[in-house]
Design a protein around this ligand. Structure first.
Ligand SMILES: Cc1ncc(COP(=O)(O)O)c(C=O)c1O
Length: 500
């Protein structure tokens, strides 16, 4: 059987390695700067015994190698990327350009506050804009990603209950939630309790009622949820939690569907995290370095992490731990990923209130247009109106011999990044599609045509789909073998043999 990885396309950089990098000797003149060996500054017991095993290649070979690898990759800049939930959305180049203006790029986080007034103003204004968008009272830009925002928020909630002398250890999480929600709870030292969704894919109020008690710290709800459905009972949910002394936490990753339409602070949310990469055009950090700010109502503000940007008269400065006795402390370096935050600032300021509203409308329009084109050929994951994303089920196709995984692989072959599959867990053979607001009707139609063709092919002969992808650098992988027998390290070949 042929290898699933087409190594003929590009060898590993270690396989290109030659002593001296294959670069002509004396290409650059020798350095005339006195070489003060770093070794003399490090205690001998800490010095490595051998140099690291790095590939020895010239600059040109290294640049070509990585450029060729990047050309094998799918990205928002090369292909339509309808990935639901952990969306990759178009990041306007103007946001990138402005975020690297010299005044931003050439500053250092340890500079005194008086010398970075411009950056502090941008951060402070971004906080105010996020307050307006979300209806929250205070924002911390500190967390490095959505999941990090969840953890930060849970620690804030924990500190709030502790300050009232209450020990609440349970966090309620709907079964449709993103996997980072229970993971963040575990890291925060809380116990998770699962809530079942009703037939409309929403929180079941009876189930919520039966699980609420004096030991519940909060409910973590995603709204719109991961089925792309707005939780229509959200005000009732907030009231039930507050009556039980618990808080309502909102995973705001899907806020792009609500911008300018409704605000979590107005429907009872106490704390939420933003995924700036899904909502405000920041490249997806995937755990960092991205940005997952949190917003809180006033009663939780004292617990926010440090530092905090404050404005005094016309000056800005960073407040530290000594001035904030109830803070949960510092969870990462400095005050967030400034480069990512500036991109969000530029995006928000360029679009303004009407532009942000248009985003929500276009995101919902695009998702519903695609849904209406595909719903005859695929089963729906749930009944109800979609907002910014929707979930199909490939159950019908599975009965004919092709699974959601096969459909995703075939899409790669046709030039599309695959949608999220097998999530949310409550939909069989889930295919979760989020086109985002910036795609043209032409792109949506081309993608819909591809999905419809795949459905027709499966009806006629599923093997047309199950062998995909045939034209990718990596074809069908032995997934069980990869999990049970992972080869994670390249070993140099013995003389006369190929490396592995
Ligand atoms: C609903 C939801 N919650 C949380 C996250 C986690 O965000 P991040 O990948 O930035 O950690 C995501 C991913 O985008 C998400 O879709």
């Amino acid at each position: 059987m042929s290898s699933p990885i087409r190594t003929d396309l590009e060898p590993l950089i270690f396989e290109r390695s030659h002593p001296g990098g294959g670069v002509p000797k004396a290409y650059f003149p020798p350095s005339d700067v006195p070489n003060r060996p770093v070794d003399s500054l490090i205690p001998p017991s800490l010095l490595a015994e051998k140099p690291p095993l790095l590939p020895d290649v010239g600059e040109l070979d290294a640049v070509r190698h990585f450029t060729r690898l990047s050309q094998m990759n799918f990205s928002v800049d090369t292909n339509f990327y309808p990935l639901g939930s952990c969306t990759m959305k178009y990041n306007p180049k103007t946001c990138d350009q402005l975020s690297i203006l010299p005044g931003f790029r050439w500053t250092h986080p340890y500079q005194p506050d008086e010398t970075v007034q411009g950056i502090l103003e941008v951060l402070h204004t971004t906080e105010q804009a996020l307050c307006q968008v979300s209806g929250m009272d205070a924002i911390s830009l500190h967390p490095a990603a959505g999941a990090h925002g969840e953890l930060t928020a849970l620690l804030v909630i924990k500190a709030y209950h502790a300050s009232r002398g209450e020990k609440r250890t349970k966090v309620l999480i709907p079964d449709s939630a993103h996997g980072t929600n229970p993971a963040s709870c575990t890291i925060a030292g809380e116990d998770t309790v699962q809530l079942v969704s009703n037939r409309d894919g929403q929180v079941d109020l009876d189930d919520l009622k039966s699980k609420l008690g004096p030991d519940v710290a909060c409910l973590m709800i995603t709204n719109p949820n991961t089925l792309g459905v707005f939780e229509k009972n959200i005000i009732k949910v907030a009231e039930m939690l507050h009556a039980a002394g618990a808080l309502l936490y909102m995973d705001g990753a899907n806020l792009n569907a609500l911008l300018g339409k409704t605000r979590p602070g107005d429907f009872g949310v106490d704390v939420l995290h933003f995924n700036l990469h899904k909502t405000f055009a920041v490249p997806h950090g995937g755990g960092g370095p991205g940005a997952g700010p949190i917003g809180v109502r006033a009663h939780l503000e004292p617990f926010l992490p440090v530092p905090r940007v404050v404005k005094e008269g016309r000056k800005y400065r960073l407040q530290r731990e000594a001035e904030r006795p109830q803070t949960i402390g510092q969870l990462r370096s400095f005050y967030g990923s400034t480069g990512a935050l500036i991109r969000a600032y530029v995006y928000i300021r360029s679009l303004g209130p009407q532009g942000l509203k248009d985003i929500a409308e276009n995101a919902v329009l695009n998702a519903n247009y695609l849904l209406s084109r595909l719903k005859g050929a695929y089963d729906l994951g749930y009944q109800g109106r979609a907002l910014h994303e929707f979930v199909l089920s490939a159950d019908r196709q599975k009965a004919k011999g092709a699974r959601a995984l096969d459909i995703a692989k075939r899409l790669l072959e046709l030039g599309y990044y695959a949608p999220t599959i097998y999530f949310p867990l409550i939909v069989h053979e889930a295919i979760m599609i989020e086109p985002t607001e910036t795609e043209s009707k032409q792109t949506l139609d081309e993608f819909a045509d591809a999905m419809l063709k795949i459905a027709r092919d499966i009806e006629e002969d599923a093997s047309r789909v199950t062998a995909a992808p045939r034209n990718m650098p990596v074809t069908r992988l032995d997934e069980v073998g990869a999990a049970r027998n992972p080869v994670l390290r390249w070993t140099p070949p013995a003389a006369g043999q190929a490396g592995s």
